[in-house]
Design a protein around this ligand. Sequence first.
Ligand SMILES: O=C(O)CCC(=O)C(=O)O
Ligand SMILES: [Fe+2]
Length: 375
Amino acid sequence: MSTAQTITQIAESLNDSLSLRSPPNQANNAPSSDPQSGYRYAHLLPAFPKDEHYPPLTPFDHIDPAARALSHPNQTAFLDKAQSVIEITPNLGTEVHGVNLAQLDSDGRDQLALLIARRGLVVFRDQQEFIDRGPDFYLEWGRHFGRLHIHPTSGHPEGYPELHLVYKDANATFNFERDDSITTTLWHSDVSYELQPPGVTTFFLLSQPTTGGDTLFTSQISTLKRLSPQFVAFLKTLKAVHSGVEQAEFSRAGKRGGVVRRDPVEHIHPLVRKHPVTGQEALYVNRQFTRRIVGLKREESDTILRLLYDHIDRSSDLQARVKWTPNTVVLWDNRNTAHSAIVDYGDSKERRHGARITPQAERPIPAWEGLDLSA
Ligand SMILES: O=C(O)CCC(=O)C(=O)O
Ligand SMILES: [Fe+2]
């Protein structure tokens, strides 16, 4: 596919609320008539081949990398030579300077997974080697943490369907959030409609705007803790439907003309899940994909979900905001955090181009063992 075709596809296919916002760091982000000419990461631009179709995902046994680090005599040995390790907020987020992710061995990656499980979000600065190693390395990196997910609708670099891209430039003119909502904030946990949603997730920007386009994170361990014990006890008895149907329909919609590589699925997950390694309990609902609480009347379900979404939206005191600098690589635990892009650079003609490596993890473990997920 030519660059021009690729970009046309992008404009046609902005398909998920995450997939099209965008900016560069190392490379050119200046507006030009052909934003792709001379672009350093042109080979990683999103493509939407129309002929891709995948069968349903099959269950698999997930062995959590963080569990392997528990028996290590020094569970944070990979940080021993760091220049600095800073807690971004008390509730979540650690920022690390002076550790080269591209050089982490298997033990180091396991320890990293454990830190991510504990802190929810870990931000690494100055990771040029990681980013420049390219897509084959990204896949090898991600496979350490779990089976790689192929996104059903988002753009990916040609030949690398496992890499999920976010992208916006002067020619990608429309944007789901700004079109039909008063806010671009959309808290979510990635692809929570899958039976085995992602765990340790890696995300970085190849290009970024001069200002704006930060990413928000929140701790779902902390949002849960804010609720009264009585209410939490009730929530633990509940399970909810998470759906990929609207995302697929959005992609299929004529005006965007995007792809649906895998038929959309819905799965039922506990409202409160337990982390397989830390045992910590986290709220597991999100505005983007959670649709209804099983067994409750519609009004009851709507009211409880709205309460929880409002709580997540408003809890700035439980959130961290990542400001992107060139060569930053961010990792989060998709099981106990939620995040949102911030599309405040919408009028800018600059490019924002990000890549996500998305290993799947276990089927969510209910915090209350008695919860029956079979029905
Ligand atoms: O673009 C961002 O800041 C976040 C994108 C996102 O939500 C994702 O890739 O999962
Ligand atoms: Fe996301």
